[in-house]
Design a binder for this molecule. Structure first.
Ligand code: SAM
Length: 198
């Protein structure tokens, strides 16, 4: 689901960059020590997260994808020519990433899964494109935050098949992800670093 005006304002905002900056510092602290040569960021929005991921994790290649063509146009403007040597941005749907199995050392998803009606299919795609031992860096929100009495009138999200903390964690375990670190804000959302074990 693409963003409505309200959420576009929330994510295309300097305070969002600061939040992602702090989150990436937390990810760095908890990331397994290894080289992250190839990274995918899905639902990259205007590219602010991609810039920070490149600065901190220094991949050889970062593929930044978003379902929304307008976001990719914004990313094209936001990222500098030097950054585009390492970051390739393109339209892509998390239901079917245009990449072979085991293609990436890490996948980042900042606030994307809860925008996807069939989030389980997107998660299985994340697992498919991650190499064994690859790491999934996740930031996600729960419906208690984005579909409460106030936010449901302002924000636009799928309404069926929503995950709470318990369902998300159970599905990740069933898909073979191991939790390296998790910072959870009850009824709001979580940050997690997860390793693909199978
Ligand atoms: C809340 S925004 C987050 C944007 C950016 N990651 C950030 O943190 O600022 C969610 C993004 O996911 C994208 N999106 C929604 N469904 C998607 C899908 N099926 N595949 C890829 N991207 C998707 C939206 O277009 C939107 O840019």
């Amino acid at each position: 689901v693409k963003l409505n005006w309200a959420e576009r304002w929330v994510v295309n905002n300097p305070s969002r960059v600061l939040q992602q900056h702090l989150e990436i510092l937390w990810y760095q602290k908890h990331a397994p020590a290894r080289k992250y040569a190839k990274i995918l960021e899905f639902g990259c929005g205007r590219g602010a997260g991609a810039r920070l991921v490149r600065q901190k994790f220094k991949p050889d290649l970062l593929c930044a994808q978003d379902l929304d063509y307008e976001m990719i146009v914004k990313a094209g403007r936001y990222l500098t020519g030097d950054e585009k040597i390492y970051i390739s941005s393109s339209v892509g749907d998390a239901y079917m990433f245009p990449f072979v199995d085991d293609a990436f050392d890490a996948v980042f998803g900042f606030g994307v899964l809860h925008h996807i009606p069939d989030w389980q299919t997107a998660l299985s795609e994340v697992s498919r494109v991650l190499a064994p031992g690859g790491v999934y860096f996740m930031e996600e929100l729960y419906p208690q935050l984005y579909q409460n009495a106030v936010t449901k009138h302002i924000l636009l999200h799928p309404t069926e098949n929503r995950f709470t903390s318990r369902e998300l964690k159970q599905t990740l375990t069933d898909m073979g992800f191991e939790v390296n670190a998790c910072l959870e804000f009850k009824l709001a959302g979580l940050l997690a670093v997860l390793t693909k074990t199978v």
